[in-house]
Design a protein. Structure first.
Length: 337
């Protein structure tokens, strides 16, 4: 469930990721309750890890496990482990599934989101921008991890393309199968910190989870082979789970996302396309589409070479998709807000 650390010795709340953000939510009404962190979520059951180690949660009648996700902090009754309350999340990774009424939760209270892609045909600027919008909106710090660099003729070109996607974006090159893979990621994996990995199937996410947890190959997450005909991997991770990182901290593995729609991500897109968001208020018209309107500050940026036409086109596509797929907020009696 969580690697070796919980069984080896008791863990403090701080080592589990507890902070003042969660402590301030525990008023007099929480007296006598015990904070634990959710490690796995299934259709009808959930497990957690606390100072005393791993436990299976007792769920109240009519509990919807879909309202919880790996990494959540909850308060339980001591002894019975009955779940009593979900604490507010500091960050939450969620995406909207076509046809679903509410977003699908993929992880909570994540400090750093590793976006994993390989230096081959999997590297796709438009897809990485989708992941970055998701990460920005979640509240976690995004970091792009480049794998399979040993198979690329020009690794630096991949690094440069990735770094140019967002201001201040960190990019690291890592070989999941090398002994030093965990060392490369140490700056983001300190004690009490939580990281998560997202990316297409077959780019090495599960192997990285094993490396971070200090587990033998396949002990925590089964890994899939690579199809020689297209250099793509088979989907291996099918559920989300929390694992202890060997040197401190926690890692959440997530299934490969075959489709990634952008919705509820207006702030995330503003961070991703900061050069466009900063110029938009300077346009002559408030509802400027940044296409053909006179006095468009964004188009002026394109003419000055500060914004590429390709980048603007990708922003426009994601912005339109976000507006189309974000449900309208409604107030009393169903009126639009």
């Amino acid at each position: 469930m969580t690697g070796h650390a919980p069984e080896a010795r008791p863990l403090s709340l701080a080592e589990l990721g507890w902070s003042d953000f969660f402590a301030t939510q525990c008023g007099p009404d929480a007296a006598g309750l015990v904070p634990v962190r959710i490690a796995t979520v299934h259709r009808a059951r959930m497990s957690a890890v606390g100072e005393a180690g791993p436990i299976r949660l007792e769920l109240p009648v009519h509990t919807n496990t879909g309202d919880y996700t790996v990494g959540d902090w909850v308060l339980v009754e001591p002894g019975t482990h009955l779940l009593r309350r979900l604490l507010e999340r500091r960050s939450v990774l969620a995406r909207r599934i076509e046809g679903a009424k509410s977003p699908q939760l993929a992880g909570a209270n994540i400090d750093t989101l590793f976006i994993v892609t390989s230096c081959n045909d999997d590297f796709n600027v438009a897809r990485l921008e989708r992941y970055l919008a998701l990460a920005n909106e979640s509240g976690a710090e995004p970091v792009i991890l480049l794998t399979k660099a040993d198979l690329a003729a020009d690794v630096e070109s991949y690094r440069a393309q990735a770094a140019a996607l967002q201001r201040g974006l960190a990019v690291a090159i890592v070989n999941p199968r090398e002994a030093g893979a965990a060392v490369v990621l140490e700056p983001w994996c300190g004690e009490g910190r939580t990281v998560a990995l997202v990316g297409s199937s077959g780019v090495g996410k599960s192997t990285l989870v094993n490396a971070l947890a200090g587990a033998d190959e396949g002990e925590l997450q089964a890994t899939g082979g690579i199809r020689a005909r297209d250099d793509k991997g088979r989907h291996t991770t099918t559920s989300r789970s929390l694992h202890a990182i060997a040197g401190g901290g926690w890692v959440i593995d997530t299934p490969g996302m075959r489709t990634l729609h952008v919705s509820d991500a207006a702030a995330g897109l503003e961070t991703l396309f900061a050069e466009i968001a900063e110029r938009a208020p300077l346009c002559r018209f408030r509802d400027c589409t940044h296409e053909h309107e006179p006095g468009c500050a964004v188009q002026e940026g394109v003419r000055e070479g500060l914004i590429t036409p390709e980048r603007l086109a990708r922003w426009r596509k994601l912005d339109l998709e976000n507006k189309a797929k974000t449900p309208e907020a409604r107030g009393p009696k169903g009126r639009r807000r």
